[in-house]
Write a protein of this length. Structure first.
Length: 315
């Protein structure tokens, strides 16, 4: 956190993690036009945040990487590209759109996208138990057919079904020094998209991509911690974290602590990783994390909306 020498409030360092709804609302077709329009709407809000604070931007890629996988499999003369390559493609594609929309709104600021590799453990148990949803939603009949034809693992996603893939824990960010250098120079950096490109490292330090998709919220937490960020903001399509979600007694949580959140249960494929990321960040840094609706981004940072997670008393 640093001031500008003119008596104005110090600028905080915010890591902002955009959920899939930043580029696509549930049920919308995966067209480039719709994603561009949604990106523009999201960047209006990010630009407003960047006027007061230093922003590092990351994003999801589940629908996009799933579509790329489907498109790749439609050409039978070449084996489908692995998920690490598709993750790199989606990170570049989405980063390009976000970067351009940012530059159109903040012409006096530098916006830059970095393809980001994230190291995972080759023995992570996630490789034996896929949980991360990617691609479009299907009816159960469609999903079971694809499961038989393509050898996919399928899981329920609300009232629909989606393909699920391994989601190992992020351990370190390969390009973190370059990211830090750009952020320190005042650039708005788009990085670690889709959780980053999953790679493993052997004893000699050689990197190799693996077939997985890292959870973008857990990767955002690692990014925020690695950059000494003050605030981790995770934006999604719900207004706040809910207590007793899915029941008649559901209520939103305004302010909370990691200790309180860890007494509750949250869905593994949706809110669970966001809550875990928030708890990890606050516990490790003493900073603030928040979860809420993309449309409320500015109000969430001001403490007027969403769920804010702060350190436990005495921590």
């Amino acid at each position: 956190m640093s001031g500008d020498g003119n008596g104005r409030a110090p600028r905080r360092r915010l890591v902002v993690a955009l959920g899939g709804n930043a580029l696509l609302r549930r049920g919308e077709p995966l067209t480039a036009e719709i994603q561009r329009r949604r990106a523009g709407e999201a960047m209006n809000l990010v630009a407003e945040l960047a006027a007061k604070d230093d922003v590092v931007l990351t994003h999801g890629n589940g629908p996009q990487v799933g579509l790329l996988a489907l498109q790749a499999s439609a050409y039978p003369d070449v084996p489908p590209y692995p998920l690490d390559v598709l993750g790199a493609e989606s990170e570049g594609m989405i980063g390009y759109v976000l970067e351009q929309e940012l530059q159109n709104r903040l012409p006096d600021r530098s916006a830059v996208t970095i393809l980001t590799q994230v190291v995972v453990d080759k023995d992570d148990p996630a490789f034996r138990a896929p949980t991360k949803p990617i691609g479009p939603v299907y009816t159960e009949e469609q999903a079971r057919r694809l499961e038989r034809e393509r050898g996919w693992t399928i899981a329920a996603d609300g009232a629909h079904f989606r393909r699920v893939v391994p989601s190992p824990q992020p351990l370190s960010i390969v390009e973190i020094s370059a990211i830090r250098m750009l952020v320190d120079a005042g650039a708005i950096v788009v990085c670690t998209g889709g959780g980053g490109i999953p790679v493993v490292m052997n004893g000699a330090g050689t990197l190799r991509g693996v077939e997985a998709v890292i959870d973008k919220d857990l990767a955002a937490e690692l990014l925020a911690r690695s950059l000494d960020a003050d605030f981790l903001l995770m934006l999604t399509d719900v207004d706040a974290v809910m207590r007793e979600w899915g029941t008649p007694d559901a209520t939103s949580i305004g302010r909370t602590t990691p200790a309180e959140l860890r007494t509750m249960q949250f869905a593994n494929g949706s809110m669970g990783p966001k809550v875990e990321a928030a708890c990890r960040f606050v516990e490790a840094t003493g900073g603030t994390a928040a979860i809420g609706s993309l449309d409320d981004a500015v109000r969430i940072v001001a403490g007027e909306a969403g769920t804010t997670v702060t350190p436990d008393v005495g921590a």
